[in-house]
Design a protein around this ligand. Structure first.
Ligand code: ZN
Ligand code: ZN
Length: 376
């Protein structure tokens, strides 16, 4: 055994209290306990060191002797004489590991659960048009996935051989590691949680039991689906390893921006430019909807910003029989590229309109009234 300083071994100060020594010891003893470090000779040595240091420092008389004489004061092999008889490493004296473990972890550190090797959930984005969202559509999508290896039929072992129980975790798929005094379960690094060790792996799948491939899935996208909504296809995700169930496939729907319509819940909105003449005189215009054009009558004296509703031409609800409406937002459009004749007529119109602002253009009148209020 080494002659390392006992205080150093436990990582405590020379002035440490009995309590501090005990705490440090518990921590280290758990870390290096042979049950937890099977086959690790370095840990075993450390454990013995820790044990010995604690044997000495937890005993008032031995500690005093060690403080005064160093190793010579406590170790019979060091020759010091006189103080002999303490013996060497003698196991976990005065300290019951069972107690600590059951206190800390509610009844023993055994157990360990077979790692769940269920396949991963997959997410796939699909882009559709607003028309497709409104009517619903079947989409075929091709997704990368795995399938059972046809050479080893999923076992991962070369044909004619078979997997054996993992020697590291004894088939449980997990090992116990400690951080400070807490014990945690970790996936076994040897078998990666399968609990099985493949000595002679299948050449095609390299022991995984599955190979990469792609599959085509038909997705039924229901009428009324909105941008960002997900459709879950149970069991269509990645297949599990070693016979575990497959994950789910989530199809996230992205609805492309539409050049005419904007969706807001079940309603659709669009801008509706109309001519100055129609706006003034009223008339009929054709407006597009997601299923063909409809005629809409514009009342006379319609202003920009007026909202006209076309009932039932929105989106059908995904969950109920409700259907949204289409709202057309009027924009009175200033004509461009006028012919000479049109200009003449408009100039004449303007001439005969002078002096009639009060009754004919109430907004203009109120606007100029305000300007006057500010500057006069
Ligand atoms: Zn294989
Ligand atoms: Zn293992």
């Amino acid at each position: 055994m080494s002659n390392k300083d006992f205080y150093e071994i436990l990582g405590v100060a020379r002035s440490a209290s009995d309590d501090e020594i005990k705490k440090a010891y518990r921590k280290l003893a758990m870390k290096y306990h042979p049950d937890r470090n099977q086959g690790d000779t370095e840990a075993e040595e450390k454990f013995k060191e820790v044990q010995k240091a604690y044997d000495i420092l937890s005993d008032k008389q031995k500690r005093a002797s060690y403080d005064q004489f160093g190793h010579a004061g406590v170790d019979p092999n060091m020759g010091g004489g006189g103080f002999g008889g303490f013996g060497g490493f003698g196991g976990a004296q005065g300290f019951d590991f069972g107690d600590i473990f059951s206190q800390m972890f509610g009844g023993g550190a055994g157990g360990g659960r077979q790692q769940n090797y269920q396949g991963a959930d997959l997410q796939y984005a699909v882009e559709i048009t607003l028309e497709e969202a409104a009517k619903g559509i079947k989409k075929r999508i091709t997704i990368p996935t795995y399938e059972e290896c046809d050479v080893c039929h999923g076992s991962g072992a070369k044909p004619g051989t078979s997997a054996s129980t993992c020697s590291t975790c004894h088939g449980s798929g997990t090992i116990h590691v400690r951080q400070a005094i807490f014990q945690m379960q970790q996936t076994c690094p040897t078998c990666h949680g399968t609990g099985k060790e493949i000595k002679d792996p299948c050449v095609k799948c390299r022991g995984e039991g599955r190979v990469k491939t792609s599959k085509t899935v038909e997705v039924n996208i229901p009428a009324g689906i909105d941008n960002g909504q997900r459709i879950r296809l149970s069991g269509e995700g990645e297949p599990g390893m070693h016979g575990a169930p497959s994950g789910d496939l989530y199809v996230v729907v992205h609805v492309k921006e539409h050049k005419t319509f904007e969706r807001n819940d079940l309603d659709l909105h669009c801008e509706m430019p109309i001519s100055f003449a129609i706006a003034a005189l009223g008339g009929e215009v054709e407006v597009p909807t997601l299923d063909g054009k409809v005629k809409l009558s514009i009342p006379k004296e319609t202003q920009t910003g007026r909202r006209m509703r076309v009932k039932g031409k929105g989106i059908k609800s995904l969950r109920s029989s409700a259907v949204g409406d289409l709202y057309c937002h009027v924009v009175v459009e200033t004509p461009v590229n006028l012919t000479e004749r049109q200009k003449e007529l408009l100039e004449e119109f303007e001439k005969i309109s002078t002096g009639m602002e009060r009754s004919q253009t109430p907004r203009q009148k109120s606007f100029f009234d305000k300007v006057r209020d500010i500057f006069d």
